[in-house]
Ligand binder design. Sequence first.
Ligand SMILES: Nc1ncnc2c1ncn2[C@@H]1O[C@H](COP(=O)(O)OP(=O)(O)OP(=O)(O)O)[C@@H](O)[C@H]1O
Ligand SMILES: [Mg+2]
Length: 278
Amino acid sequence: MVSLRVIDTKRDLAPVPAVALEDVSIVYGGTGGPAYEAVAPTSLAVGNAEFVAIVGPTGCGKSTLLNAAAGLLKPAGGSVSVFGQPLAGLNAKAGYLFQQDALMPWKTARDNVAIALEVADRPRAEALEKAQAWLTKVGLAPFADRYPHQLSGGQRKRVGLAQVLIRNPKILLMDEPFGPLDAQTRIIMGGLLLDLWATDRKAVMFVTHDLEEAIALADRVVIMSAGPRARIIGDHAIDLPRPRDVAEIRLEPRFHALHKAIWGQLRAEVLKAYGGTP
Ligand SMILES: Nc1ncnc2c1ncn2[C@@H]1O[C@H](COP(=O)(O)OP(=O)(O)OP(=O)(O)O)[C@@H](O)[C@H]1O
Ligand SMILES: [Mg+2]
């Protein structure tokens, strides 16, 4: 006998998010020492091909949330799912660009990128060829034989980007990837990231403390409150047209209106994090 199931159109046909954090809470320490509840039960869904920026005061729990999405941290409560499947262990669909440089100082730029494929058992010749192609895409073809200490901060970030993208992850987790760079280089890097993203839209979780950068790049800007027990207190759709010029878009009246509205909410949290009053 054929069994029929009634389709709940709202639920069954809704697109499955690339990453969904549901009521995730994160507690550090506890065994023997005091427990610190960094993140209170928080939910966040990032759609396939969606670019979500996460902004919040220093120490609020942005990296913590990203680590939960990467499967590096097990939540104390709630669940993480990846394309509808509960996450157990590391998130194999995600590429992670860390807050700190993660290049190997004894390897050239090309080898640093190639290693991402070599550890996945791909032949060295193929890995080197693809690494060179990725270095070209990030504008570093002439620097392939340089070691990290022979590259500028922005160039090292480009190598890091190539190292993550060469594995073609479906989800990109980026933790203040352009943090230490000067303002002009950040804008150039943001433009490069949007160009690469436009050709192959991955789901992106992009952590930054820079609200302008978040608005210029993202489809949604999510605001976290100051910790402890940080949570998401705002989720703002960024309705600026694409493709965007990361520098020029900041001059648009709509950009200013969005910035004003979101900053109003963020300001109070930033002041709390520094012990001031809103
Ligand atoms: N391994 C750990 N053990 C104990 N507490 C931790 C640990 N890692 C982070 N924390 C605490 O959890 C809170 C959130 O840290 P997290 O690194 O996620 O903040 P963040 O928002 O990324 O800050 P920043 O913008 O400075 O990078 C902070 O108060 C931090 O001190
Ligand atoms: Mg951080």
